[in-house]
Design a protein around this ligand. Structure first.
Ligand code: B12
Length: 219
């Protein structure tokens, strides 16, 4: 399994795909395969930061992850089953086009029984509020990895607070993305944060059971 992370980090698509096929044939769970691939993606990010690879490397990594997801997705859908009810409005915030993680979150929510409206990437801040008026979500999920995304997330949170009276019920706001931490979540003012789609689903299942959170937490 660790060699899958290493092959992704080395941007070696052929090897990564072969290893994933072998792991699936050997009965490894799709979820753990995706987790090691994510670990490889983090290493790609570190290589980019050290200028060991360039933008083309990030693009390549995105393609490799997509190929792995194609192989893992059917298994993921079988492994993740649930009957939660709840409506999730999802999108990658303004200025950010990273959507691999957001798409995984959408898949996870859907397979656990949530109804999801996905607004896509680089979503203008007011669009979240407009969509919420029509879709009436229980939860708004904001995705983003860039520094500029954190400001955009904060803008969305502020917009929802300022216009709370225009919505039937204030949705819980959860932010996700591999570069988020407790400090960023505090800055954004979201109710919950996570760096893991499955954890995001668990948080939202609890929200649906118990209602509004008392304070900011990772769940
Ligand atoms: C692949 C990649 C790209 C691809 C994206 C392809 C795509 N369609 O998404 C491309 C090549 C387009 C790209 C572009 C850029 N990138 Co880029 N990219 C990455 C990389 C290597 C991997 C991201 C990824 O897909 N990870 C795998 C997914 C599965 O993980 P994830 O997103 O964290 O999602 C998981 C969880 O966080 C969670 N989740 C995510 N969202 C949500 C939402 C909710 C509601 C929930 C519950 C959960 C959840 O679920 C997922 C599964 O568990 C990261 C490195 C890194 N460390 O993340 C850099 C990284 C994010 N990129 C970076 C940069 C700088 C850029 C560029 C500015 C480069 C440039 N010079 O142009 C551009 C920005 C373009 C833009 N305006 O958005 C920096 C950001 C630094 C920063 N904080 O500002 C990073 C961190 C690399 C680095 N270390 O420097 N990138």
């Amino acid at each position: 399994m660790q060699s899958i992370a290493a092959a992704v980090a080395a941007l070696n698509e052929k090897t990564a795909v072969r290893l994933v096929e072998e792991a699936l044939a050997a009965g490894e769970s799709s979820l753990s395969i995706v987790r090691v691939a994510e670990e490889g993606m983090r290493k790609v990010g570190e290589r980019y930061e050290r200028q060991d690879i360039f933008l083309s490397g990030l693009i390549m990594a995105g393609e490799i992850f997509r190929s792995i997801m194609e192989l893992a997705q059917p298994g993921l859908e079988n492994e993740m089953v649930g009957n939660a009810s709840g409506r999730v409005l999802l999108g990658t915030v303004s200025g950010d086009i990273h959507d691999i993680g957001k798409n995984m979150a959408a898949l996870a929510y859907r397979t656990f029984g949530f109804t999801v409206e996905d607004l896509g990437v680089n979503v203008p801040t007011p669009r979240f509020l407009d969509a919420a008026k029509a879709f009436r979500p229980d939860i708004v999920g904001l995705s983003g990895l860039l520094f500029v995304a954190f400001t955009a997330m904060r803008d969305v949170v502020t917009l929802f607070k300022d216009h709370a009276g225009e919505l039937e019920k204030a949705p819980v706001i959860i932010i996700g993305g591999g570069t988020i931490d407790q400090n960023i979540a505090g800055y954004v003012g979201a109710d919950y944060w996570t760096t893991d789609a499955m954890e995001g689903v668990r948080i939202c299942q609890r929200v649906m059971e118990k209602g509004q959170p008392a304070s900011l937490s990772q769940g």
